[in-house]
Write a protein that binds this ligand. Sequence first.
Ligand code: FAD
Length: 471
Amino acid sequence: MADNSYDIIVLGSGPGGYVAAIRCAQLGMKTAIVERENLGGICLNWGCIPTKALLRSAEILHYAQHASDYGLKIAGTIEADLEAVVKRSRGVAKQLSGGIAHLMKKNKITVHMGEGTLTGPTSLTVKGEKGEEKLTAKHVIVATGARARNLPFAPADGKRIWTYRHAMVPPEMPKKLLVIGSGAIGIEFASFYNDMGCDVTVVEMLDRIVPVEDHEVSAFLEKSLTKQGMTIMTGAGVEALEVTGKGVTAKIKDKAGKVHANEYTHCITAIGIMPNTENIGLDKLVEMDRGFIQIDPYGRTKSKGLWAIGDCTPGPWLAHKASHEGVTAAEAIAQELGNKDVHPHPLNRDAIPGCTYCHPQIASVGMTEAKAKEAGREVKVGVFPFIGNGKAIALGEAEGFTKTVFDAKTGELLGAHMVGAEVTEMIQGYTIGMTLETTEAELMNTVFPHPTISESMHEAVLGAYGRALHI
Ligand SMILES: Cc1cc2nc3c(=O)[nH]c(=O)nc-3n(C[C@H](O)[C@H](O)[C@H](O)COP(=O)(O)OP(=O)(O)OC[C@H]3O[C@@H](n4cnc5c(N)ncnc54)[C@H](O)[C@@H]3O)c2cc1C
């Protein structure tokens, strides 16, 4: 009979769970992971990675359509083959999920495929193809993630009303698409379908799109997406959705209080997520707030031996946040088990970068200008437009800017906000700076390579102190 007792069992194999399992194994713990669907979780199978594969196809289509801007002629028509685009995206997801299976094997982590339910803080049952297995451990990490939140009056049917899962594998190309919600997920799908030639409307209840971002980023993105042909309705609410023979009719109350009945062929609801914390034996073991498991900075719940990480805990709900929490919890557990060589670092919540891969991209870290002022900080702000950056112009990507927010008294970098080409690859420069508690002086004295769009990062710092060179 299999020995099903472990040092650690991780429930859920997303970027929180599988990273936690690898770190536990690296620290010498006998580790198991339980997964009911696909190794890699939402991120690899239905989230971060397959969306980026879709967006890459849309980006290449966009460049091909604008080939003449670069002095190129492409003979014949350029069009998207939706089935092939989706097939490529699914292939990328499958490749990466297979990569996680390899990593589990390499790190000698036992994989139990099936639905896990806790029977106590450190024991669970797994119902899978092999029937029911009972597992025990010294510690259990819950990393069960989250799923799309449905509109209460119009749950997704997969035909006309989609969540991100349906939008990722569309049976047909929507002609006229309504996207409800303008957070990262809503805006990425809006951008993808818009670039693919669909007529897209985005409805956002708050007064601006991507509302967690800096006001200037929201305004710039709205202008850019509108220029690309999208209809953006802010301060507006969808009050009813009715599925008809041809699509959906949406009753939308606009900013002025006027109700419109608009027809769309499809609708994507992107109004947030729900944690996967029901019916898995957690109720008496943990404190929850709206379903999210409450944890200390290391991932401990109120039950000894039971830990939680990632999207089933308070946000931000991002893959890199889940992975960081996974490493922290693994190291804190190792310490509890007597390892004196590990020094777990709780997440610095003030320096978690966020990226949205729409077109143009947006990326940010730390406080917005408004949040810094709300927190009572006196600020110095620098904004540098890409039109002043040689590389951006050479690439034909002069649309965008970099903005920095500093504490006027201490020079502490409080936040950075970027919109434009490649910004999702660049924001990490500022994130490292914040982790090292950098000030304006070090950033000004850093040499940035030329020609790169990253020079705009330098210029935005110089600009905050009246020293920008190319504007
Ligand atoms: C469309 C989309 C795009 C996204 N893009 C980005 C992005 O670009 N960057 C970014 O940082 N984040 C992005 N995210 C968010 C990111 O996917 C999540 O933050 C991340 O996946 C959370 O990781 P996790 O390990 O907490 O949970 P998940 O990835 O949700 O994994 C949880 C796993 O647990 C399993 N599970 C749940 N319950 C049980 C059970 N009872 N028994 C067994 N297994 C169980 C699930 O099957 C799942 O595999 C995106 C999300 C979506 C939906």
